[in-house]
Design a protein around this ligand. Structure first.
Ligand SMILES: C[S@@+](CC[C@H](N)C(=O)[O-])C[C@H]1O[C@@H](n2cnc3c(N)ncnc32)[C@H](O)[C@@H]1O
Length: 325
């Protein structure tokens, strides 16, 4: 059985940051996925070829049982990662490493501390995130940074590229901000100019496609219609390798970008049984996965640069290194 697949798990919805663009900002939701529930889920996920487990939220480091959750994944054995705003990372990195965390993904949106802290409306978040990155590296956790980029912050990306290189960050995902309204930029040529300093510069080079597209067609689609670059070709191969579970509502999605669109019943499959247990590999899930495999490349309006790049690399037959999604 291949074990290259990824399962994202939203372990809670509560969050301690107040990001202006996020539906979970300062959520006080009380749901928490329990380690014994995760063990049942991951046993099935392993049967489906999952070798990479990624915890998201909400803010995973607010989950009081995040260490037992990491241990459950590591014992599978799977490679375990989590996505965090980094606020609690400096004090938790050592224990996370001991529990078996393989990779941490820290969200950082500007090369300048005061801008990042303002976008996320959280004092000292930038400083804590970089302290956390240093601690994680000290304890041999791989570090990736995810950045959400839009008209508000694209000009600080060259600065961030250098800061991430200097901090020893290994991977960088630079993905388009998505809001319910179409994103517009006052000067498209300026975006392309600034981005060249990032993608052709000597800082850390982001994964996947440029957030506004690599080809003239993708760029027109982004700047004129607000649709970020997607998989090229006829099918979306992200659906072959990626699943996202929202255990609170019981939905499994065939891509990590779909749960943030509205109407889960159309994009995901209900996989929670009446007794509270989960059956991940359901006929409805297979149907949804096939639908988005065949139609996502023409239909999705919320893809990410790294997902689109991942799909294209898979289509080209290039072997995908570990943690390439
Ligand atoms: C929902 S957060 C959960 C993990 C963690 N609390 C964090 O801040 O990284 C997961 C990722 O989604 C991104 N995100 C949230 N709202 C977004 C939006 N409107 N457009 C694009 N990405 C978004 C965040 O920046 C973060 O990298």
């Amino acid at each position: 059985m291949e074990d290259r697949k990824y399962l994202f798990v939203r372990v809670l919805e509560a969050c301690n940051a107040d990001c202006f663009f996020c539906g979970f900002a300062l959520s006080r939701d009380r749901y928490r996925l329990q380690p014994d529930e995760l063990a049942g889920i991951l046993a099935q996920a392993a049967e489906m070829g999952v070798g990479h487990v990624r915890f998201t939220g909400g803010e995973p480091l607010m989950h009081r049982e995040i260490l037992p959750l990491v241990r459950v994944g590591a014992a599978l054995p799977a490679k375990v990662s989590l996505i965090t705003n980094g606020l609690l990372l400096p004090r938790m990195a050592e224990e996370l490493a001991e529990a078996g965390l393989d990779q941490v993904i820290v969200s950082i949106d500007s090369g300048f501390a005061e801008q990042h802290n303002e976008y996320r409306n959280t004092p000292n978040l930038f400083e804590k995130a970089f302290e956390g990155i240093a601690e994680a590296r000290r304890h041999r956790i791989r570090v990736r940074v995810n950045t959400v980029v839009g008209p508000h912050n694209y000009q600080s990306m060259p600065e961030l590229a250098k800061t991430l290189r200097d901090a020893g960050v290994e991977q960088w995902e630079l993905s388009a901000l998505k809001l319910s309204d179409q994103i517009t930029y006052p000067d498209r040529e300026d975006v392309v100019r600034v981005a060249e300093a990032v993608y052709e510069g000597d800082g850390l080079i982001p994964m996947g496609k440029r957030w506004f597209g690599d080809t003239p067609e993708e760029r027109d689609q982004y700047f004129e219609r607000g649709i970020p670059p997607r998989s090229s070709g006829d099918v979306c191969r992200v659906t072959d390798d990626v699943m996202y579970l929202d255990p609170k509502e019981g939905y499994l999605f065939p891509c990590s970008l779909l749960p943030h669109r509205s109407t889960p019943v159309l994009y995901g499959a209900q996989v929670r049984n009446d007794d509270g247990s989960f059956t991940l590999d359901s006929p409805t899930f297979r149907e949804r996965r096939l639908f988005f495999r065949e139609n996502g490349a023409n239909l999705c309006t919320g893809c990410s640069s790294s997902a689109a790049g991942y799909s294209d690399r898979a289509a080209s037959g290039t072997p995908q290194p570990s943690w390439s999604y």
